[in-house]
Design a protein around this ligand. Structure first.
Ligand SMILES: Nc1ncnc2c1ncn2[C@@H]1O[C@H](COP(=O)(O)OP(=O)(O)O)[C@@H](O)[C@H]1O
Ligand SMILES: [Mg+2]
Length: 311
């Protein structure tokens, strides 16, 4: 029998998405073929010293951390130092994708369409009018380095903008304000190292009670409906898949990614790219992989294979 791959499954951590991460890791652990992998779990919040001590006995890591201190290049740098290969983007790609402002600058440079945006200053909380000189309402307020819609809100007037800024600045020292795009929300996965493939598109249809795809709409069972492959005209599908590939390339990503977009009329706006997308069996990227013919365990095998194949 072939030797088992000694896999470090790293989850938990300190970000606001700790619970999402732990739930994901439980599902991943269950789905990994025990004939193929010897899995050891590490919590990024408490087990880093043990991970470093075990480094010589680990063949690869599967990092299932979302948000700061995990998806942002920090864990990737730690693993690089320890000489442990891992799935997905490296230090630079992870850091670029985590910063929604820098990512948008790069998308724009690559010719992709993004919603108009401004970086907010802490002073804007008292007087948000300055921001509205360049942007039209409604706007979305976002901490630039969070996921799962944490700290985000939609503002329809100046007062809500002031409140939204206060909320977002509680999550991050850097906050952006972006024009609200009304349209159909889709997300497009990409898989591969040198040769990358765009996966079938998932459309996300949040329940009517949600102003946007917020934390609840994302994780409360039944709160949103997901359709995969999305029912879109073939030319829109092709264009969105091209955009996902371009976003993956311009952010210097590797292995896989998932880019969130909004289709509005003839335009497709790029919102952001996730370098460690949600990984429960019913999460968006696993759904897309399934429509592509890759079961959840097969997707995990593929990601680990890509990790072991090197940059
Ligand atoms: N400019 C926008 N216009 C309309 N809805 C938006 C906009 N930006 C974000 N949203 C909504 O908020 C959700 C979360 O935003 P996103 O930028 O993907 O951040 P994250 O998923 O990292 O929290 C999106 O899935 C979308 O539903
Ligand atoms: Mg998103």
């Amino acid at each position: 029998m072939e030797k088992k791959i000694r896999l470090a499954l790293i989850a938990g951590g300190k970000s606001g998405e700790r619970e999402v991460s732990l739930a994901g890791a439980n599902g991943v652990e269950k789905a990994l073929n025990p004939e193929k992998y010897e899995v050891r779990r590490y919590d990024a919040a408490t087990d880093l010293a043990r991970l470093a001590a075990d480094a010589g006995k680990i063949d690869a890591a599967f990092v299932l951390l979302h948000g700061p201190l995990g998806e942002d290049g920090t864990m990737q740098g730690f693993l690089d130092l320890l000489g442990i290969p891992y799935q997905g983007a490296g230090v630079l790609g992870s850091a670029l994708a985590m910063d929604k402002n820098l990512a948008k600058i790069l998308y724009k440079q690559a010719g992709l369409t993004v919603a108009a945006w401004e970086m907010a200053e802490p002073e804007d909380q008292e007087n948000p009018r300055r921001l509205l000189e360049h942007l039209s309402l409604p706007v979305v307020i976002k901490p630039i380095r969070q996921g799962s819609s944490l700290g985000m809100s939609v503002a329809r007037n100046e007062e809500e903008l002031a409140q939204g800024l206060a909320k977002a600045f509680a999550f991050d020292s850097e906050v952006m304000v972006e024009e609200y795009v009304r349209g159909r929300e889709i997300t497009v996965g990409v898989l591969g190292n040198k040769e990358i493939t765009a996966l079938p598109i998932v459309e996300i249809i949040p329940g009517e009670e949600f102003a946007f795809f917020d934390y609840q709409a994302k994780y409360q069972p039944g709160a949103s409906r997901e359709v995969c492959p999305a029912d879109l005209p073939p030319e829109v599908t092709a264009k969105a898949q091209e955009i996902a590939l371009a976003a993956h390339r311009v952010l210097q990503l590797k292995g896989y990614s998932r880019t969130d977009m909004i289709v509005a009329g003839d335009s497709i706006y790029v919102l952001e790219t996730n370098t460690i997308p949600g990984m429960t069996p019913t999460s968006l990227l696993p759904q897309a992989a399934a429509a592509h013919g890759l079961s959840f365990p097969a997707l995990l095998d593929r990601l680990i294979e890509l990790a072991l194949a090197g940059r």
